[in-house]
Design a protein around this ligand. Structure first.
Ligand SMILES: C[S@@+](CC[C@H](N)C(=O)[O-])C[C@H]1O[C@@H](n2cnc3c(N)ncnc32)[C@H](O)[C@@H]1O
Length: 251
């Protein structure tokens, strides 16, 4: 049993961007062991259905290449590879511990492992040429990136004309009573559960804080339009605690 980390993280609103980034790197380097298990437990396995929904909305008409940014343990990357047998998938993350897990998982899936590769890199400086991918997706990653407009501009740059961005993210529901329930679950129930299962329970306080401080749908959609995406739509999932945002790079 590993020694628990005794950390407390400052609220997201008090952090400078570089402090936020260091904190995100530390958090994701220390939760890899139980990351998948806790994701499924804490979301009552809805996370699997949310990623499936996102994959179902994707279209690959030109390059047949998909980039999964902030791939973590590759759940969305592997779902896309499973659903689209002729698509090449690249998963990118800046935390090597996450990428190790991702590569292990991918190696166990023989139907897709030859089409999935992983790259260590930063969402804000993607190591790819302009117009390399049909679709760029990011699941539960954008809220961990302080410079969201910068990341969206990078996604736009590496997409082909007519390409698609898909952003899956948890956020406060729009309906007040659900918002209160969600906040209670995230701030009171989730940290208690996390204390039982992870060596870094403070990570789950950060999770709650980052979800509750994510901008509302209209503001985030506006950010996507400002980055150059058109026909931006969003789909509420599970009472709006998660939302899929889709946008297109004009032809
Ligand atoms: C909550 S996990 C999501 C993982 C996965 N997409 C999923 O669906 O479970 C967020 C991931 O984003 C990564 N991340 C955060 N900021 C990043 C950045 N600027 N560049 C690359 N990866 C980043 C973290 O390392 C972490 O693995």
């Amino acid at each position: 049993m590993e020694e628990p980390l005794k950390r407390n993280y400052a609220p997201v609103k008090d952090l400078k961007p570089d402090e936020h980034i260091r904190m995100v790197q530390e958090i994701f380097a220390t939760v890899t062991g139980k990351y998948d298990f806790l994701n499924h437990l804490l979301s009552f396995r809805r996370d699997v259905a949310w990623r499936r929904f996102a994959a179902r909305k994707m279209r690959f008409p030109k390059t047949r290449r998909y980039l999964d940014v902030a791939t973590g343990t590759a759940d969305l990357a592997l779902e896309v590879a499973r659903r689209y047998p002729d698509v090449q998938v690249t998963g990118l993350d800046f935390v090597p511990e996450m990428l190790e897990k991702a590569a292990e998982k991918s190696a166990r899936r023989k139907e897709c492992r030859d089409r999935v590769s992983f790259v260590q890199g930063d969402a804000l400086a993607l190591p790819f040429a302009d117009q390399s991918f049909d679709v760029v997706g990011i699941a539960f990653g954008i809220r961990n990136i302080p410079d969201r407009p910068g990341a969206l501009r990078e996604f736009h740059r590496v997409l082909v004309n007519g390409g698609q961005v898909a952003v899956l993210e948890m956020q406060s529901p729009q309906v007040k009573v659900l918002r209160l329930l969600c906040s209670f679950y995230l701030r009171s129930v989730l940290p208690r559960l996390a204390r039982r299962f992870t060596r870094n329970p403070a990570a789950y306080l950060y999770l709650a804080d980052s979800i509750l401080s994510f901008p509302p749908p209209e503001r985030f959609s506006g950010m996507m339009r400002d980055a150059g995406f058109s026909d931006v739509r969003h789909y509420p999932l599970t009472l709006g605690i998660t939302r899929l945002y889709v946008g297109w790079k004009p032809e």
